[in-house]
Write a protein that binds this ligand. Structure first.
Ligand code: 13P
Length: 253
């Protein structure tokens, strides 16, 4: 049974005051029956975690170090994240892959660090427009996915959430059609079934991300293997994010 998830990724946006205001305001909205995750800038995470009283809303980070604690200036280790009791962390976002050169190998190491400290990774995968146009989409998805679930192959008890985020749809206002997204989600499910078994694959939430908003969310969320969304731009404004939460709650019902 799919249980919908709506995750917001604020990226490097919002002042401290704005971030607190958002969470305080959300506390007063009617609670919804949908698992909600807010991936916030790390520097605000603990304050927001303490402030957040809304039912079903969890605070997450957007990145973690591939190293343990130690002499790694500026890095935030999974152990530190766990010490704040933060339950989720995004890894492998395409912006980090592209701008900071993160590799599949480093991303898999980050996931292992998160597992050591019992944090659920939200693994992002997706192809560029050029890769799509040259028929490489499925190869890219397979490569990123297999590396990302490497540790689940030996121990399938580890949790993971996977977000398919076609790079050409991120922040562009161009959303993948339901057919395009549905097709890739189906493919992800097939690969996961092959390597982890169908029973485990059926428990792994698959989110769509890329210009997802309150207008297009429902059609996407109704696709068989889409369990919700990873929302960038439309998560920055509380009312539009809450409307997407509402859509997911309706799909859950
Ligand atoms: P947009 O919703 O702004 O396209 O961003 C998607 C994303 O990158 C979420 O991680």
């Amino acid at each position: 049974m799919k249980e919908y998830i709506v995750a917001g990724n604020w990226k490097s946006n919002k002042s401290y005051l704005d971030a607190k205001g958002y969470v305080v305001k959300l506390n007063d909205y009617p609670p919804l029956d949908v698992k909600t995750i807010l991936a916030v800038p790390a520097i605000y995470a603990d304050t927001l975690f303490q402030l957040s009283k809304q039912k079903n809303v969890a605070i997450a980070l957007q990145n973690a170090s591939s190293y343990d604690d130690g002499a790694y200036t500026g890095e935030i280790s999974a152990k530190m994240i766990a010490s704040l009791a933060i339950p989720y962390c995004i890894v492998g976002h395409s912006e980090r892959r592209k701008l900071l050169g993160e590799t599949d190998e480093q991303i898999a190491d980050k996931i292992d660090q998160l597992y050591l400290h019992k944090i659920t990774p939200i693994l992002c995968i997706g192809e560029t427009m050029e890769e799509r146009n040259t028929g490489e989409t499925f190869n890219i998805i397979r490569r990123q996915l297999l590396k990302g679930v490497r540790s689940l192959i030996s121990d399938s008890s580890f949790p993971i959430i996977i977000a398919y985020e076609p790079i050409w749809a991120i922040g562009t206002g161009i959303t993948a059609t339901e057919e395009q997204a549905g097709e890739v989600h189906e493919f992800i499910f097939q690969i996961l079934s092959e390597v982890l078994g169908k029973e485990k694959a059926e428990t792994i939430p698959l989110l769509y991300g890329g210009s997802c908003n309150e207008k297009n969310a429902e059609a996407l969320f109704r696709q068989k293997h889409i369990w919700g969304g990873l929302i960038g731009g439309a998560s920055l404004e509380l009312d539009s994010f809450y409307n997407i939460m509402r859509i997911a709650a309706k799909c859950n019902a």
